[in-house]
Write a protein that binds this ligand. Structure first.
Ligand code: ACM
Length: 507
């Protein structure tokens, strides 16, 4: 049955009560403190004072920090109606944003008292992280697109924050159903609020090919045509300009795009477009079902490697980020010896075009320096390579919450919010010590997903659970569920179609 937007909407009992700081004599009690943030800061020390944002507040930021300050001001202007000018002069400011050479990486420090808010970091990325925290410290009405009453009070204290893992990813499958650049941008807007710093785009699969490759044009004219996708719905692809625009949009939110072309399996769409990529040269039929494991590139043909190199070269040229994902999963119809010889030739091509390869966990069979992405929770993994953790029974956002919630699949079981939160990437696998864990990623496969409301319903709130685990060393369900519950009214204000899990005390 097609899962419709209406079906999703019918299941959403969106919490409507919005907590406000009430006006009245004396300072209003704040509904949250400096430690209510998602993901949990490494250190948050509440203070006794709070800062009131007014129509006279000025934000100061020198030189390179100015665009970050401008992002903050732009986020706060619609609901406050305040001008919030960004100035370079640090004298008369109440909110100061600046770089501090003694700090490094993604870390930031935020101090709030009665007189000022001071945000410092060693990099613009760190400042961006601090801004995401700061945005959660004003009440949920700040998310409104129209002027709200306020008051706009930021709880006081000090946050010293930095991430546990360098890689905190989300993945979106554009192959099973194409999602438009605008939908991908809305997803980037949301994930970046939780300090997710990589977006992996699954750009090819049996049902469709979604990225323009000039040297093999039929990949998109045929493989991305109307009707390519599960159930023959949708179709479409990213032109190189679309892709570069997405890369830029993501970069402004400190999100790096990781493109994936899945090989040697999951290639039916490419073989429909170019039958010479099969061993027998016969074109397969287009596929609109969700079976896996039946297609394979032909390891014994030279054209296979010309194809792989052309795709990798063009993809690397349009990708400023350091990583290129080459899939490698579920190649059930590739003989094992062929799989090994294919990967031994193709993995080095990624390095030739100056990218680091990532592959699904099956590539751990090949000894390289590629990063391994763990996904199959039923298959043990032992490796000396770096690992991104995406266990399907915890981190796959397309698993149903329970058997009655719409959208998604349940081949790895059902995954309520608590299941997605309650695991430790550093100790999950006895064969992967914490030093090798590069980070976490929450993949969202699109077999059942045609529009943004359906994407949002599966991603939120579980994406936040993975973001919290990836950022924070603390593991405390009671704290997480309270922080998440307090976040709900923000999504409501933004029109995000989140799942109001019965496990969460929504405000
Ligand atoms: C996968 O879920 N086949 C990576």
């Amino acid at each position: 049955m097609r899962v419709t937007h209406l079906a999703v909407a019918a299941f959403l009992a969106l919490p409507l009560a919005v907590t406000t700081a009430s006006a009245g004599p004396g300072p209003a009690p704040l509904p949250f403190s400096i430690s209510s943030v998602l993901p949990a800061p490494a250190e948050a020390i509440p203070g006794s004072e709070s800062f009131g944002l007014t129509r006279d507040t000025v934000i100061t930021a020198g030189g390179p920090a100015a665009p970050i300050a401008e992002q903050l001001a732009a986020a706060w202007r619609p609901a406050t109606g305040f001008a919030l000018p960004v100035a370079a002069d640090p004298q008369n400011s109440a909110i100061r944003i600046g770089l501090d050479a003694r700090m490094s990486g993604e870390a930031y420090r935020l101090g709030v008292d009665r007189d000022q808010v001071e945000l410092t970091a060693g990099s613009l990325k760190g400042l961006f992280n601090g801004v995401q925290t700061l945005r959660q410290l004003l009440p949920p009405e700040i998310e409104s697109a129209t002027i709200q009453k306020g008051p706009w009070t930021i709880p006081g204290g000090v946050i010293n924050d930095k991430p546990r893992f360098a890689y905190r990813g989300a993945m979106l499958d554009l192959a099973r159903h194409f999602h438009t650049p605008d939908e991908v941008k809305r997803y980037i807007d949301q994930i970046s609020r939780f300090k997710i710093n990589f977006l992996h785009l699954h750009l090819s699969d049996d049902q469709g090919w979604r990225i323009q490759i000039d040297s093999w044009p039929r990949l998109t004219t045929v493989g991305g045509a109307k009707g390519t996708g599960v159930r023959g719905l949708g179709g479409g692809f990213l032109t190189k300009n679309d892709y570069r625009d997405l890369v830029d949009y993501a970069a402004q939110r400190y999100v790096t795009i990781v493109p994936e072309i899945d090989m040697p399996g999951h290639v039916n769409a490419a073989q429909v477009a170019y039958p010479e990529l099969t061993c027998d040269g016969v074109a397969p039929r287009p596929r609109i079902d969700i079976r896996v494991g039946y297609s394979s590139l032909c390891a014994g043909k030279e054209i296979t490697y010309r194809f792989a190199e052309d795709v990798i070269r063009e993809l690397a040229a349009m990708t400023p980020g350091p990583f290129l994902h080459i899939g490698g999963d579920e190649a059930h119809s590739t003989p094992h010896a062929d799989y090994l010889s294919f990967q031994q030739r193709v993995l080095p091509l990624v390095g030739k075009y100056r990218k680091t390869a990532i592959g699904w966990q099956e590539i751990a069979a090949v000894r390289t320096d590629a990063i391994v992405q763990y996904w199959n929770h039923q298959a043990p993994l032992e490796t000396t390579q770096r690992v991104i953790m995406s266990p399907a029974d915890r981190a796959y956002l397309d698993m149903q919450y329970d058997l009655l919630t719409p959208g998604g699949l349940h081949w790895a079981g059902t995954t309520e919010v608590r299941d997605s939160y309650s695991w430790d990437p550093g100790t999950l696998l006895s064969g992967v010590p914490e030093e090798l864990v590069f980070g976490v990623e929450a993949p969202l496969w699109s077999e059942t997903l045609t529009d943004l409301a359906e994407i949002e319903f599966l991603a939120f709130p579980r994406l936040v659970a993975i973001a919290d685990i990836g950022w924070s060393r603390k593991s405390d369900w009671d704290s997480f569920k309270m922080r998440l519950g307090a976040y709900g009214p923000r999504w409501t204000r933004q029109g995000v179609h989140f799942y109001s899990s019965p496990q969460i005390p929504w405000s």
